[in-house]
Write a protein that binds this ligand. Structure first.
Ligand code: PSU
Ligand code: MN
Length: 300
């Protein structure tokens, strides 16, 4: 594939038909503060390995779409942080033609994973329809990517900075299955609850893998959302969280923050307002998703 570079380890695993899990890099450069971002990214890779799969962290480096990064490359992205542009689908032609770096979002990571032949991808939370989207039209490109690109994304649901009801409606319209892992409820990222249901509940990685096989065997395009609730002991308090999010949204509004900057702004704001408690939860749920994604990749 043009412009794609697959690491030796990932290439070998794919050739032998061994399980591989894709990982995103916006979460490293924009989603968590230095140095926890680097520690977490490396720990996520280790977690995937411990569960019997090969991690493929994806990014754009010097104009190459990369599937599988070295430790040095992960460190570089983590140190550069916000200096690395956030890269979604629309950003790829510019960054690649200019030989630049980019931190891939869920959407862009799905594209790179698909080019490389990787089917399973673990992250923290997916993007979605923003609150107030009726007037701003701010709908994450992640949702369109899920509609068109055949990669399964394991996440802890979506953050309550979004309108979860509209996000689920959008996914329904575009035919994207939303599966609950051992849950009937769509999880709200920091919390196991959101008040919204999933399309169906499956309790084992094997059943998840079977559903993915069948979907793609039937030639149905697009991805799948696999929603994996944060472990009970790391949940944050819902009421406090809603208050925090409203405060963060208010501040974003006052500062006129829009477009691709709104998600990283809200994430950082919620983190500082909860005094880092949300960061701990964020790390734990990503590790939990990495474990499940690896188990599904093994079963697939
Ligand atoms: N949600 C999170 N953490 C994140 C993101 C979303 O809880 O790090 C990142 C992901 O990379 C996701 C992107 O793909 O933000 C969505 O950005 P936007 O809303 O601008 O599409
Ligand atoms: Mn947006």
């Amino acid at each position: 594939m043009a412009h794609l570079v697959i690491s030796e380890e990932v290439r070998a695993a794919l050739q032998d038909g061994r399980p591989v899990v894709a990982l995103e890099s916006t979460i490293i450069a924009h989603g968590m503060p230095f140095p926890r971002n680097i520690q977490t990214a490396l720990l996520v890779e280790q977690t995937v390995r411990d569960a019997g799969a090969v991690p493929a962290t994806c990014a754009i480096l010097q104009g190459k779409l990369k599937a599988g990064l070295s430790e040095d490359e992960i460190e570089m992205l983590g140190k550069a942080g916000l200096h690395v542009p956030k890269a979604s689908r629309r950003d790829l032609p510019y960054l690649v033609s200019q030989g630049k770096n980019g931190a891939t979002t869920v959407a862009a990571t799905m594209i790179v994973a698909h080019m490389a032949g990787i089917r399973i991808f673990a992250t923290g939370g997916i993007g979605g329809v923003h609150r107030g989207a009726a007037s701003t039209m701010d709908v994450s490109a992640d949702l369109q990517e899920l509609a068109r690109t055949p990669v399964a994304v394991v996440s802890a649901g979506a953050k309550r900075i979004l309108d979860l009801g509209l996000t689920l409606e959008y996914l329904e319209t575009y035919g994207v299955p939303v599966l609950g892992y051992q849950t009937d409820e769509f999880p709200g990222f920091y919390s196991r609850h959101s008040g919204f249901g999933v399309d169906c509940r499956l309790d084992t990685p094997k059943e998840m893998a079977d559903l993915l096989k069948v979907k793609w065997e039937m030639g149905l395009q697009g991805g799948v959302v696999i929603a994996n609730p944060v472990p009970e002991q790391y949940q944050l308090d819902d009421v406090l969280l809603e208050k925090t999010i409203l405060q963060a949204l208010e501040e974003a509004n006052q500062l006129g923050i829009r477009g691709k900057n709104i998600t990283p702004f809200l994430l950082a704001k919620v983190e500082s307002l909860t005094h880092g408690e949300s960061l701990h939860t964020n790390i734990q749920l990503v590790l939990n998703n990495a474990r499940l994604a690896a188990a599904i990749a093994v079963a697939f």
